[in-house]
Design a protein around this ligand. Structure first.
Ligand code: NAP
Length: 363
């Protein structure tokens, strides 16, 4: 096993923290003695042991003189856990190979601390993979005032999200739907447009293999048609907060209708403002699950950071509902090319994951 293979393994381990460590980053680590992996670990639970001490514990005495391959530069600060740098130094690690630097200013200084103890340190191995894996975490440290926003749509081959009568259940197959439940588990909130809420009445809960540490809040964007408190996603007694975003003109009537049911109503003049208000409520990552109008408006405003397209092998034709609403454009030269993060099968469907802005390595 070389260090790149070990880093791929570490990235795979890190992913096991999805839904459990948020808003902390997912981190994985492998201890390599020569070319032999002798210990591995990952950040399993928010507030729990970090990846590095877990991997060191698994390696025991074999860590002496070995290389620590880790997806994020080890921290040197005392948080809920002791600094990882000290555990690495105490274990006698000879070299640290990190994928990405920690963007959190509080955790900075790890590399310097390790070097001062005589440990060789490098960063940048599979850096983009590591940053994409924790995109919400890196976004938070860019100074942006809105959440990291992902859009997920199940589409036909001709990029339609419902048939001519508005029926979209189900375009995608069971594997894709299971994937969506896993996806939801890692977000602070899941959101939909008002027409989708009224037509499909989805619960927007997580009902898959991963039980999120904090169930995602549900956000509904109200349009001209009022949203009733009887919608499944808004029902009181739900495990996660329900938030309705409406216009300032509708705020009073919507609040009168929904606030008594414990639903939070916020008024915004634009999607930008809505997202900032959601960020103020602690929502640092938001998964939008349609419909097409909301998707198109978010895309037009360049407010979508990642697109999860689940493409199913069927055509819905001209009268099917378009996936990206009234999104204007059409000029090839001016069209942005999105960055491919992942492409794989979900049963008969195909998952395509794209980032609007390509990762540019720092190292
Ligand atoms: N295949 C899939 O993945 C998928 C996912 C979700 C939904 N669907 C299907 O999509 C259909 C519904 O989609 P849709 O396109 O009709 O509507 P939609 O996107 O679900 O709903 C748009 C709603 O959001 C409101 N809204 C509030 N602020 C907005 C803004 N800034 N920009 C745009 N909208 C804003 C709209 O208001 P106004 O009323 O003022 O326009 C409208 O009520 C249904 O047939 C559903 O089954 C498919």
């Amino acid at each position: 096993v070389n260090s790149e293979q070990a880093m791929r393994r570490a990235l795979g381990l890190a992913r096991l923290g999805w839904g459990r460590v948020h808003p902390n980053p997912m981190v994985g680590a492998v201890v390599l003695a020569g070319e032999a992996p002798v210990g591995e670990g990952w950040h399993r639970e928010w507030g729990g042991a970090h990846a590095e001490p877990s991997a060191l514990a698994a390696a025991g005495g074999r860590a002496r003189g070995a290389t620590m391959v880790v997806t994020l530069m080890p921290c040197s600060h005392q948080g809920k856990q002791p600094p990882c740098t000290e555990a690495i130094i105490a274990a006698g690690i000879g070299e640290v190979v990190a994928a990405a630097a920690d963007p959190n200013p509080e955790a900075e200084g790890g590399a310097d601390r390790l070097r001062a103890a005589g440990i060789r340190v490098s960063a940048g191995l599979l850096e983009c993979e590591a940053r994409r894996q924790n995109a919400h975490f890196f976004h938070r440290h860019t100074g942006s005032r809105r959440p990291w926003v992902a859009l997920k749509l199940a589409t036909s081959l001709d990029h339609r999200i419902a048939d001519r009568s508005g029926n979209s259940r189900w375009i995608s197959g069971p594997d894709a739907r299971e994937f969506v439940h896993r996806l939801r588990a890692g977000f602070a909130a899941v959101g939909i447009g008002g027409r989708t809420a009224l037509r499909d009445d989805p619960a927007l809960t997580v009902r898959g293999a991963i039980v999120p540490r904090i169930p995602p809040a549900r956000v509904l964007f109200e349009g001209a048609e009022p949203l009733p408190p009887t919608l499944t996603a808004l029902k009181s007694g739900s495990t996660a907060p329900a938030i309705v975003v409406t216009s300032p003109a509708r705020w009073r009537s919507t609040s009168t209708r929904l606030a008594p049911a414990g639903i939070r109503v916020i008024a915004a003049v634009s999607l930008d403002e809505a997202l900032e208000l959601l960020r103020d409520l602690g929502i640092d990552s938001l998964l939008i699950e349609g419909g097409g109008r909301l998707a198109g408006a978010l895309l037009a405003a360049e407010l979508v950071d990642r697109y999860y397209q689940i493409q199913s092998p069927l055509w819905l034709g001209r009268e099917g509902r378009p996936a990206s609403g009234e999104l204007a454009g059409g000029d090839l030269e001016a069209s942005r090319r999105w960055d491919v993060v992942e492409r794989r099968s979900l049963g008969a469907d195909t998952l395509l994951v794209l980032d609007r802005i390509a990762c540019s390595p720092v190292w």
